[in-house]
Design a protein around this ligand. Sequence first.
Ligand SMILES: [Fe+2]
Length: 367
Amino acid sequence: MIMPREIEVEALRARLERGENLTILDVRPASEREEWFIPGSVHHDAYHALAAKQDAALADVRLPAGVPVVTVCGAGKTSVVAADQLAERGFEAYSLAGGMKAWSLAWNTAEAVTRQASLIQFRRTGKGCLSYLIGSGAEAVVVDPSLDPEVYLTLAAERGWTIRHVLDTHVHADHLSRGRHLAKRAGASFWLPEQDRARYQHRVLRDNDEIRFGASTLRAIQTPGHTMESVCYQVDDAWLLTGDTLFPAAVGRPDLEASPEEARARALLLHQSLRRLFAMDAGLLVLPNHSSRPIAFDRRLIATTLGDARHAIQLPADAEAFADSVLRRIPPTPPNHHTIVALNEVGVVPTGDPTDLEAGANRCAVG
Ligand SMILES: [Fe+2]
């Protein structure tokens, strides 16, 4: 139940998306803030003083007068103490209910348009997952959904689109796929690249297979490496949805759910896949599956041209040298990835709060 001095994630998200003037005061220890934060928030490490209920915990915090304040901590308890203290000082103050853990589900959008189609990039700013709703005429596809199905259904309905197809680029390791459930709710087909991992009914896309929707065409491009089944989806001559294969300045990690030998084999395949992508039209817009940083409510697309990605990555000609360099720079393993992969393979989103399992930042890239 929401308490009088609390604000829910959805309400804060909507206010930020509307561009309202708010101060967000993050009172967590610096080590927690380093992991993830709300874009534009102010940091004041008052965690221990607040937890000890010290009256002067926020005495030296200067905040703009007359602007509502939202206080944030890890789970939404200490931030209530902070909001109470600020209210005593005359601020309109709220605590973010559920804290940063609940914020994991917050999202915002950015958009791109061509003559044939409109693309909406959904960004889970609280976690970094990116997903896509692309409409053409009266039909739409969704790629890599990581939010509640209602979010996509509502936006599609507002645009007058019927979601015909839902696709994942691979079996995900750092978020629960909502694809199967969205497809069911929408009465759409659910597609996966060819693999023997998913143990539920789905349709299979093979290399160069095409799906038509409205006046647009989506084409599957097999790009193994991050996982064996990973694909990219090209939409018309405009967009290249690269999943976790290629990011604006990073490539997909090849080591999850793999032995060291398998990781090396995948790194070599990734080299081939990237060569294939980099031979495509340099003007295609690369639209990845995640960001490793919190995403501002700025409506700016997270994307780059294929030409710029090629320049940023400087792929060596020698596949072995590429594998060595990628395997040397593997980031820490995302928490709970075994459990998430296992659930995605059976197509189950557990009932209740998904944020426990999905805790932590996306870590599918090697930068
Ligand atoms: Fe991934």
